[in-house]
Design a protein around this ligand. Sequence first.
Ligand SMILES: Nc1ncnc2c1ncn2[C@@H]1O[C@H](COP(=O)(O)OP(=O)(O)OP(=O)(O)O)[C@@H](O)[C@H]1O
Ligand SMILES: CC(C)(CO)[C@@H](O)C(=O)[O-]
Length: 303
Amino acid sequence: MSRQRATAFVPGHVTAFFSAHPAERPAAAGSRGAGVTLTDGVTVRVAADEAAPGTAPAGSRTIDGESGTVGAVEDVLAALGLGRDAGDRPAVDVAVETDLPIGAGFGVSGAAALGAALAANDAFDRGRSENELVRIAHEAEVGRGTGLGDVVAQARGGVPIRLEPGAPGVGELDGIPADARVEYVTFGELSTERVLGGDTAALSAAGEDALARLRADPRLQTLMDAARAFAREADLLVPEVAEAIAAVEESEGDSPENSDDCGAAMAMLGRTVFALGTGLSDAGYDPEVCRVDAAGARLVEQQ
Ligand SMILES: Nc1ncnc2c1ncn2[C@@H]1O[C@H](COP(=O)(O)OP(=O)(O)OP(=O)(O)O)[C@@H](O)[C@H]1O
Ligand SMILES: CC(C)(CO)[C@@H](O)C(=O)[O-]
């Protein structure tokens, strides 16, 4: 029975380092790398549009209550036979809600795509499995050039390590078995499409080095050390983030008793700094605070 209404929550995902692996087939394209999924994330509500069939617009789209959409969400709906141009299908309303900034390295577009896939499948009884829905969202995200590895990481939750690029059945994931407090401060956007559309050779070499280091020692401290080295070597570090990383390093030197702190690093790809522990607040910043998400993307009760 189709209930015509469903809600999904998808954690934010901060990439610590990555290498880019384009491919002809979107399911095979993706990234290797590692990052942290967050209890701060994206809620996607999908419902049948109650307006009379044939009246425009066929289905509303909002982001935090304002009119707007994410390209990958439209491609997900089309892949599920719920696209705006499918005249005989129910028109679908999609509401994306998030406290995370868009375009600042939290994988909001991937989360919106995956949330739309999970919620639309449930609301309109599409009968797809989890792997199929993750693949559809991954293909949409890769196709739009707004991300490579966020969707598979967000589906898993925790601290994902992307060993092989691609959607389920192609890619391969592992993870660091750890929980942590996460702090972050955002200074602005960095265009994912522009970085991925440029020359990624140096960036990917740095990402492969970082991954080898983390595989040899899968601990949070190594994740953060490798992330700092990656941002420098890949030449992606922006001044505000470099300053914050240095400030956290300095304040950790002042209070070595906070031994759980792993310092700060840059969120790829955004003008965002994140820390595991209390590093940013100890350094005098006023960060947002959340934790590592334990569960990954999921359907949730309507509210
Ligand atoms: N207010 C907005 N600001 C930025 N992008 C927006 C906004 N509203 C909708 N979008 C769409 O959302 C998508 C943002 O994708 P982008 O990959 O830049 O961000 P992200 O997924 O949040 O971050 P990242 O990939 O850096 O982790 C784009 O498709 C863009 O067109
Ligand atoms: C390319 C990327 C850094 C954009 O957020 C992310 O999708 C990733 O790690 O593959």
